[in-house]
Design a protein around this ligand. Structure first.
Ligand SMILES: [Zn+2]
Ligand SMILES: [Zn+2]
Ligand SMILES: [Zn+2]
Length: 282
């Protein structure tokens, strides 16, 4: 025997039983407002929390979507910090083998390396990230585990004289790449070039300090303490020069693919300046 709708009398194979009045209805009259439900007030009451919940969800969504939160997920912060420490350890390695390496001197060198790499490495990677985001792409720094291990191994084997500075990279994806609108060579080239340019700029600032501070008369501690400024200049030039090598995932490859002249214009003077800074150091 088929159930009949309490409103229109239609026979229903799968009748809808109203949870507020208990009567059976057809699909058209199943909602309390469509069958003049005697308990419609009760039916409306439970909706309040849902509306409130929606508002609450709305607030949460707005928080998640705020640029401040989107700027840097926790995973990315962990990756950046790890890469930062790996590089600071690698660049400090040469002092571990030096005759004057007391634990305190080593700690000083490590902290100075953190500062120099803070400007050099983090500045470089964040420049990639924010430029890519300006072009509307998704961009996140990820740790490259093999690269991080290679960085430490090269530093240990060469006693800190060669630092393979590639513990990670900014991964970039065009939001619309899946519909065939992949990022063009020029955009890719510009996003790649800004990283090394940050290193050139940082080296320039440190060089300016190196040449002007003695003139002002405050050469003392800053310059003599572990050769800080010459090291800051060299490490930034090295980070820029290394990344301009046109190889594999390095920035130089993408810049060269975009424009050979721009690649040469930046890379050749950068390599010469790096060599000059290295000679100055040793
Ligand atoms: Zn009905
Ligand atoms: Zn009802
Ligand atoms: Zn780079």
């Amino acid at each position: 025997m088929l159930e009949r709708c309490a409103v229109c009398g239609a026979e229903e194979f799968i009748p809808y039983v109203c949870r507020y009045c208990g009567r059976t209805h057809c699909v058209l009259h199943r909602l309390p407002e469509n069958h003049e439900c005697p308990n419609i007030q009760q039916a409306r009451a439970p909706r309040q929390p849902i509306v409130l919940e929606r508002r609450r969800t709305g607030t949460t969504l707005r928080l998640i979507q705020s640029p401040r939160m989107n700027l840097m997920p926790r995973r990315e912060l962990v990756a950046l910090s790890t890469a930062w420490i790996v590089l600071a350890v690698s660049f400090s390695t040469r002092y571990m083998f030096a005759w004057f390496a007391t634990p305190i001197a080593l700690l000083e060198v490590f902290l100075l390396s953190m500062i120099v790499i803070g400007t050099g490495f983090l500045g470089h990677e964040l420049a990639h990230k924010f430029t890519a985001q300006r072009y509307g792409a998704w961009a996140e720094f990820r740790l490259w585990t093999i690269g991080a291990i290679m960085t430490l191994v090269f530093a240990a084997v060469s006693q800190g004289t060669f630092v393979f500075a590639a513990p990670g990279a900014v991964y970039i994806a065009s939001r619309s790449s899946y519909i065939g609108d992949a990022m063009d060579k020029k955009t890719n080239g510009i996003i790649s070039l800004v990283g090394p340019l940050v290193n050139v700029a940082a080296a320039g600032v440190f060089a300016l300090a190196y040449f002007t501070l003695p003139v002002i008369g405050i050469s003392g501690i800053i310059i003599n303490s572990h050769n800080f400024l010459p090291w800051a200049i060299f490490i930034n030039l090295w980070l820029g020069a290394f990344n301009m090598i046109p190889f594999f995932i390095l920035d130089g490859q993408k810049v060269l693919t975009w424009n050979r002249a721009i690649w040469a214009l930046v890379t050749i003077p950068l390599w010469l300046a790096t060599a000059a800074a290295l000679i100055q150091l040793s």
